[in-house]
Design a protein around this ligand. Structure first.
Ligand code: ZN
Length: 193
């Protein structure tokens, strides 16, 4: 039997919190997201607390084209200046592979953009599935004020993660709070070349 022949498996995820008692999550603290929020002064001010921004489960399935990687992503509520807590976001290394996210709880947005600069945003709320097409980088953003944004995701297990320009310049668009509501605005790092 090759490594690709997995046995079936069953893993509980809490429907509300997305947490699993069977696995350990990977955590992302604010200090691991340097340069990703546009308000660097607000970022530095919040570093003394170094809050947990998000966590997710990686199940360690063999990264083959026939397997489907899945898990939950949990983005905490909060903001850096006027910019909501969010995941780093990534392209897939095999660029043309899609992904599906199903929102379990909380409120937020999926921000997507392709290398050509086309972008899309979809709202996430409990019971809504969002399909991220191939070629689009994707980032979950918690626009709620006091609840985690919890999603279940699934994608081709060999797709890989490529942070590309995201870690240095971010997305072309930002989602910020304006008059108490989320708004998509241009990222100054992209417009001031
Ligand atoms: Zn992905």
């Amino acid at each position: 039997m090759s490594m690709e022949n997995l046995q079936s498996l069953s893993i509980p995820f809490d429907l509300k919190s997305g947490l699993s008692s069977a696995r350990t999550s990977t955590t992302r603290l604010l200090s691991q997201m340097r340069g990703m929020y546009h308000d660097t002064a607000a970022y530095d001010a919040l570093l003394s607390e170094d809050p947990l921004v998000y966590e997710f489960y990686e199940l360690g399935l063999p990264e083959t084209s026939g397997n489907i990687a899945f898990g939950t992503s949990i983005v905490k509520p909060g903001k850096v200046g006027d910019e909501y807590f969010m995941t780093k976001g990534h392209f897939h290394t095999i660029l043309d592979t899609g992904e599906v996210y199903y929102c379990l709880s909380g409120k937020g947005m999926m921000l997507m953009e392709n290398p050509e600069g086309d972008w899309e945003v979809q709202e996430l709320s409990p019971g809504v599935a969002v399909y991220v097409p191939g070629r689009y980088a994707h980032r979950s953003i918690n626009t709620g004020s006091d609840e985690a944004l919890v999603t279940f995701f699934a994608f081709r297990a060999d797709a890989g993660h490529d942070y590309g320009t995201i870690e240095t310049k971010g997305y072309r668009k930002l989602v910020v709070e304006r008059d108490g509501k989320p708004e998509v605005v241009d990222n100054p790092k992209w417009t001031q070349q």
